[in-house]
Ligand binder design. Structure first.
Ligand SMILES: [Zn+2]
Length: 926
């Protein structure tokens, strides 16, 4: 028996595992799981820990179930973020220095090398690997690669050649998120803030103002007919700028944005907003309208000037009403133009008044705007004098008319702000020319992906709708960059493939990663990969036999069984990889399933490296031990739920593991006695084995831990209590411990390796056979008897608490048979509230009158309270309560230190005895 020494257990397990998880094709059934590979630009925190530990628990489980399991890992180093980081470090940016030196604890000499981007990812990928090992992840490290390895680049070139040939990559001009500081389009991964911001296409309505235009941006050009005024912010400075040779008045911000959207912009003069107030503008479709002051106008939203349609836009309506209440502009009234069912002539007014909105600051205003907008869009119709079209159509026809005839232009803008690049700079919408786009908008491609999604297993099932939405909504994706690390586009090498586009089918590359390294990258032509992944032979590959092992390795492992990733990647990575798989691989090699994770919180707040709200994984492992970290992360939530890391809760997990260690260690010294209680313990264990197994098969890692740890511990507590006279248990305890150690091995593998060794188990517990249920050990009557006893003991304890006095004796009154009959009728009745009718059909019971009615009511309550499975077991087992209590009389007397009598309720004259029910005896304490 060893002492509980986490550090020592970790060391010895890690050396035993050194090459243990290297998997090769075999005659076993395979289980291949992958996790999104990390972008190693900083240290891992406990949130990352869970991302890799949950799949590890699943991998370890299936390995013990006898599968050939592959859990590989690589590092994603493509892209510009590290370029930005290294620039900031070179500039000695204090925030970047403090993040890397103080939070991530990078030594000064290593930090000095970070002026070179590759040095950052090299350092952190080593660190990641080291910490992942320390966490006990059962990874096949032979397959590790980074996305800038020359052989990987060859693989990506092959993938892109196919995408290009199938017309999935086309050149065009599209609006993209763009960082002027980095001179690069930015993907979700490049953003510090605003990754949810969408690019919205606005129509600029051009109002004539003297010799200039004042553009206002709108999503609803058809409402031009109802414009009563423009809004300008009097506290903002506007500019007059020559836009493509024509003077426009816009905010300073807007002038800058227009310059990125295919306009030549030259600022001529500054114009204070206040000087525009009360001036007039005109538009052929609404005539002359005044400019009114409004502080809500955001100069950083589109053109910085807003047109007002108070009849249909709640914000405009409220703003006008506020002015009216001050007695200003009372001659301006809403001009309605849309008829919509459920609203009066002025829908905005109705909506505002119904909701009881007092002023512009009301937080419900956005929702209200959305409500009116949706109602009008779905069911609204323009008035006859404006063409009578449904709003749905009019929006497009009027929009086109505006652009053709009335000088309107398109302007792109984010739907929320701020959007900030990892370099710290502001991100804008820019129209990129000569950019390459993945045509995710292609309906045919979408349809293929949607069809395959239908065949996939998704965990939890609720994410299916989100995947469907994403497939439907995905637009073309700017897939190349000018700056950063990565693979060049094979047919246009001025461009680099961006990170979310070179990480879509690398799960296939893992299968050969350790073998392809033996080849000279220069010889890895597309024909080589065509053969390995598609089985295509070609004259360009005369000696294909050299790649036969790689081909068979791929065929053994592919498709992958499950991919694990966080839910924020559904809208990009997880869906992208489906598009690419469908485009490249044959049907039989398409992914089988995905498990989508919740997010991590630290002390209740979102974990975020850039905000410093993280707890480093390595610190956690050092402080609490790897098994503690693993068990806490698994126990705190199911994988798809959000979890919250709290140091004070983690320490108690460590104590639980220590308790487990002590129990198992002590069991080794147990005797050979075998009692009914031992049989009970082993019977209960069978159900725990079954439920732990089912939970893990369903990825319910938390539920599995509840069964495998807490439920068994609960049984042991009762077992020990019942064995109060004998200090040691029987050999059942040893049998149980051998099972227990294996059930917990996926979650706390370090501790379990040690205990398995101490128990004399064969080989590593990581490869020990997973426990299976032994039907012969199941003893339902024994379980029922102990359940009755346990519940009765709990009842006695709670009565003792209530009466708060010394008792001289306890009498347990057992219910008579006619009450059992009622219990049976109530439990078997479809509607328990109508059970009384059933009961009264029985003449003997009916003759008991009120007694029967009272008992039926009490049984209804009791049956409701008991767990349904227990009710079923009571019905099936018909336990002999008198015999059970008599058998445990000595235990009960020892337990409560007073004489305990057992009697039939009907033979007693005691008033309380009449309340005895089946499985709930009456208890009298005197
Ligand atoms: Zn930037």
């Amino acid at each position: 028996m060893s002492a509980f020494d986490m550090r020592q257990m970790e060391e010895s397990a890690l050396s035993a595992w050194e090459h243990a998880f290297e998997s090769d094709p075999s005659d076993k059934e395979k289980f291949y799981l992958t996790v999104a590979y990390p972008y190693p630009s900083g240290a891992m925190h406990v949130g990352h820990g869970r991302t890799y530990i949950v799949p590890d628990v699943i991998a370890r489980f299936w390995r013990m179930r006898g599968r050939e399991v592959l859990y590989p890992m690589a590092f994603h180093v493509t892209g510009a973020p590290v370029v930005g980081i290294s620039k900031r470090i070179a500039k000695k940016d204090p925030k970047a220095i403090s993040l890397y030196r103080d939070l991530y604890k990078v030594p000064e000499d290593v930090l000095a090398q970070f002026v070179e981007p590759l040095a950052i990812v090299q350092h952190f990928s080593q660190e990641y690997q080291r910490v992942m090992r320390e966490c006990g992840l059962s990874i096949d490290w032979r397959r590790r690669f980074t996305t800038v390895d020359p052989t990987y680049s060859k693989f990506i070139e092959w993938q892109w050649k196919h995408l290009h040939e199938k017309d999935h990559v086309l050149k065009g001009a599209h609006p993209v998120r763009y960082c002027p500081q980095c001179e690069n389009p930015v993907g979700d991964h490049d953003l510090l803030e605003g990754d949810k911001a969408e690019i919205i296409k606005f129509v600029l309505i051009m109002f004539r103002y003297g010799d200039a235009f004042i553009p206002t941006a709108t999503l609803r050009p058809e409402t031009i007919y109802g414009v009563t005024n423009l809004w300008v912010n009097p506290d903002v400075t506007y500019v007059k700028a020559m836009v493509d040779g024509t003077p426009w008045v816009v905010s300073i911000e807007a002038a800058e944005k227009l310059g990125l959207q295919d306009h030549s912009v030259e600022v001529v003069e500054k114009i204070p907003g206040s000087t525009l107030v009360n001036k007039c503008v005109s538009h052929p479709l609404c005539g002359e309208v005044p400019i009114l002051p409004a502080s809500f106008v955001d100069p950083d939203m589109a053109s910085g000037m807003v047109m007002s349609v108070p009849a249909h836009a709640p914000f405009d309506y409220i703003a006008l009403r506020d002015l009216h209440e001050k007695g200003e502009y009372t001659h301006i009234t809403p001009v309605p133009l849309i008829k919509v069912p459920g609203y009066g002539t002025v829908p905005a007014k109705d909506a505002v008044e119904r909701a009881g909105i007092r002023n512009q600051q009301d937080t419900r205003m956005d929702a209200l705007t959305q409500e009116v907008y949706s109602a009008e869009f779905s069911h609204g119709k323009l008035f006859e004098q404006y063409g009578g079209e449904p709003v749905r159509q009019a929006r497009d026809t009027v929009g086109e008319l505006m652009i053709e005839r009335y000088d309107s232009k398109v302007m792109y803008e984010f739907d929320s702000s701020p959007v900030i690049c990892r370099c710290g700079g502001r991100v804008y919408v820019k129209i990129l020319h000569d950019q390459w786009f993945l045509q995710y908008s292609d309906p045919e491609w979408k349809a293929q992906v949607a069809a395959h999604l239908g065949d996939m297993e998704l965990v939890p099932p609720e994410v299916r709708a989100e995947f469907e939405r994403t497939i439907d909504w995905l637009k073309d994706w700017a897939c190349t960059r000018k700056v950063g690390l990565g693979t060049r586009l094979p047919w246009d090498p001025a461009w680099l493939i961006e990170p979310l586009s070179d990480s879509t089918i690398y799960m296939a590359y893992y299968t050969i990663a350790h073998r392809i390294r033996e080849f000279d990258p220069q010889t890895l032509t597309p024909e080589v990969f065509d053969y390995i992944f598609l089985g295509k032979e070609s004259p360009g590959l005369p000696d294909r036999e050299r790649f036969d092992t790689l081909r068979s390795e791929f065929l053994f492992w592919y498709p992958y069984d499950f991919r694990f990733s966080a839910k924020d990647l559904i809208s990009n990575h997880l869906t992208f990889q489906l598009f690419h798989h469908v485009a490249i691989f044959p049907r039989e090699c398409l992914p089988r399933g995905m498990v989508v994770f919740g997010m991590g919180l630290l002390n209740g707040a979102k974990m975020s490296s850039s905000k410093g709200n993280v707890f480093l994984l390595e610190d956690a492992v050092q402080e609490f031990g790897a098994d503690t970290v693993r068990m806490f992360l698994i126990g705190s939530a199911e994988p798809w739920q959000d979890f919250d890391w709290r140091n004070e809760l983690v320490s108690s997990t460590r104590k639980q593991i220590e308790r487990f260690f002590t129990t198992v260690s002590e069991s080794m010294a147990q005797g050979n006695r075998e009692s009914e209680l031992d049989r009970w313990l082993l019977s209960r264990l069978q159900a725990h084995i079954g439920r732990t197994t089912e939970s893990l098969e369903r990825f319910q890692t938390r539920q599995a831990l509840q069964e495998a740890f807490f439920a068994i511990e609960y049984d042991l507590k009762w077992y020990r209590r019942r064995l109060r006279d004998t200090i040691s248990g029987g050999n059942a305890l040893r049998d149980l411990c051998s099972v227990w150690v294996r059930l917990l091995a996926p979650v706390i593998p370090f501790t379990c390796e040690q205990l398995w060794n101490d128990l004399g188990g064969e080989g590593l517990v990581s490869f020990a056979p997973w426990p299976t249920q032994d039907e012969n050990s199941i003893a339902p009557d024994l379980e029922l008897a102990e359940e009755l006893l346990l519940r009765t003991v709990e009842d006695i304890e709670s009565i003792k608490k209530i009466i708060q006095m010394e008792t001289a004796s306890i009498t347990i009154y057992v219910a008579p048979d006619w009450k059992r009959k009622i219990f049976r009728l109530v439990a078997g009745s479809e509607d328990r509230n109508l059970a009384i009718k059933e009961v009264m059909k029985d003449q003997e019971l009916k003759s008991r009158g009120k007694e029967t009615a009272d008992t039926t009511r009490a049984c209804v309550t009791l049956v409701h309270r008991l767990p349904p499975q227990l009710v079923e077991r009571i019905l099936a087992g018909a336990p002999d309560e008198i015999a059970i209590f008599k058998g445990a009389q000595k235990f009960l007397e020892d337990e409560f230190g007073v004489p305990v009598m057992i009697a039939l309720a009907e033979e007693s004259g005691h008033a309380k005895a009449a309340s005895a029910l089946p499985f709930k005896p009456a208890i009298v304490m005197e």
